[in-house]
Write a protein that binds this ligand. Sequence first.
Ligand code: 5GP
Ligand code: ZN
Length: 110
Amino acid sequence: MENCLFCRIIEGELPCEKVIETSHYMAFKDIHPKAPVHVLIVPKRHVERPEELRPEEIGDMLVGSEEIAQILGVKDTGYRLLFNIGKHAGQEIDHAHLHLLGGAPAKGMY
Ligand code: 5GP
Ligand code: ZN
């Protein structure tokens, strides 16, 4: 979608630190990491909310999260997968994306 930051990254118009990519998503490092390991798993198709994703897209993203955790060395220590949805969750970018956070103990749930 025009003027969507994540669409522009996926199209290659803007740079990113890519971890892995499939036909359904691109995973790249968050520019302002909130944990020692912070990756964004971003579907290639522009949708605003995760419930708009197709089962094969969400399935591929979840399977990919384990591979990303393995690549970045947090698979054994553990990590968090998180969708921010809407205002109270602090969603900044209106292109659904799954956060993978790890590398240190999380400081609580909320
Ligand atoms: P949200 O709050 O929408 O769930 O998460 C958006 C995330 O995108 C934030 O963690 C923010 O740091 C990250 N972000 C914002 N702009 C960029 C960018 O240009 N490149 C990358 N790699 N991450 C970004
Ligand atoms: Zn987009």
